[in-house]
Design a protein around this ligand. Structure first.
Ligand code: PLP
Ligand code: COI
Length: 365
């Protein structure tokens, strides 16, 4: 396999970027994942050439043969990270090296080639710098980056493809949850699981999200914001939401999150919050927690807060939980104190109003 030290990006000028007035209107209230910037990154991989053909060019449709392997066997992975406008006006990335490393872990699980971490980070940096004017000014706004890779080889045999495309697109975003409610409500899926032992739950591959759509739709139909998945073997242990990890806070100040058993995505927000909580001397554990215990502890008042966390959702309090066995409320049903404090600290680091003691911030200028 060829290796490609020091890849350089060819720059293809955009023939007709969105004009400033239209862009300002588009980013005024962007929501999540509906508005896209002018440019994209594209890099190809083949067995013969390794990574090659790196470009920063106009964002445009891609042409695929109908027999492209990804369309049949779903050999696809992605990442999600954000660029933030810092208090000093500079643009920053939050832990892009962690996304690069997780991208390669996903690549290994899906039998895809790894992308050198410095190329991943550089690709994101180049796109953000090209499209920095797309950064929304709204409170909580950021430029969401979506690096992804898929099997582009024209071949219907079931084996790892010999050609891939890596792309990065950017989307100005505001809040992930439309409702604007102070806390979200979640539905415990009884009939569906997200990931099984030995499966792809720890990888960020599109197929995991395809499998979550029916249970997520069930949650929405029943009036909830998100679905929470239990483990596939015993249907007992809380795993995570369709796109967020979960934390539980007790009345004695203890905080737990489900352990990374292989069927849970190792969230970078999860990891950052564990670090922040530990350094404040909080008692934190990665520990299995069952749905029955959750219900009982919420009822007795032993459990005082639950929150979901992820790049898109940041830190979001969970107020209400419902399942076929009934419904329970957590704490006051609104945001809890520790949830609010951890969110403030994390967002402060991301936005440059709190000291970055861990080297999590990469300033792009
Ligand atoms: N769990 C799932 C299934 C996700 O899709 C995400 C989002 O990326 C997360 C957890 C949170 O991960 P992170 O904090 O790295 O965004
Ligand atoms: C993220 O938080 O970046 C995610 O990928 C979650 C969801 C939008 C898929």
């Amino acid at each position: 396999m060829a290796d490609n030290p020091g890849i350089t990006f060819d720059r293809i000028p955009h023939p007709a970027p969105v004009d400033a007035a239209a862009r300002t209107a588009l980013i005024a209230s962007p929501g999540f994942g509906t508005v896209f910037s002018d440019h994209m990154i594209s890099i190809d991989w083949s067995e013969e050439k390794g990574w090659h053909n790196a470009t920063l060019g106009p964002r445009e449709p891609i042409t695929l043969d109908p027999a492209a392997a990804v369309l049949h066997y779903a050999q696809e992975i992605f990442e999600g990270l954000k660029a933030y406008k810092q208090a000093d006006g500079q643009i920053s990335l939050f832990r892009p090296d962690a996304n690069a490393s997780r991208f390669n872990a996903s690549a290994r699980r899906l039998a895809m080639p790894e992308l050198p971490e410095d190329i991943f980070v550089d690709s994101v940096r180049q796109l953000v710098l090209a499209d920095r004017d797309w950064m929304p000014e709204v409170e909580g706004g950021s430029l969401y980056l979506r690096p992804f890779m898929f099997a582009s080889e024209t071949f219907l045999g079931v084996r790892p493809a010999k050609q891939y495309k890596y792309l990065v697109i950017a989307s100005p975003v505001g809040n992930y949850f439309k409702s604007g409610a102070p806390a979200v409500s979640i539905w415990v899926s009884r009939d569906y699981t997200r990931a099984a032992p030995g499966g792809t739950g720890a990888a960020k591959c599109g197929g995991n999200y395809a499998a979550s759509l029916v249970p997520q739709a069930e949650a929405i139909e029943r009036g909830h914001d998100q679905v929470v998945f239990l483990d596939a073997a015993e249907h007992k242990w809380i795993e995570e939401l369709g796109g967020m990890n979960l934390f539980f806070v007790f009345d004695d100040g203890r905080m737990i999150t489900p352990p990374l058993t292989g069927s849970i995505l190792p969230g970078i927000t999860r990891n950052s919050l564990l670090t922040l909580a530990r350094e404040q001397g909080l008692s934190v554990a990665e520990e299995p927690y069952s749905i029955d215990q959750w219900r009982e502890d919420a009822g007795s008042g032993k459990l005082v807060e639950t929150f979901a966390c992820g790049t898109a959702a940041v830190v979001t309090p969970v107020g209400r939980v419902a399942s076929h066995d009934g419904e329970f409320v957590i704490g006051s049903g609104g945001p809890g104190q520790l949830t609010a404090r951890l969110k403030e600290q994390l967002v402060g680091i991301q936005r440059g109003t709190e000291e970055d003691r861990h080297g999590w911030i990469t300033k792009l200028g």
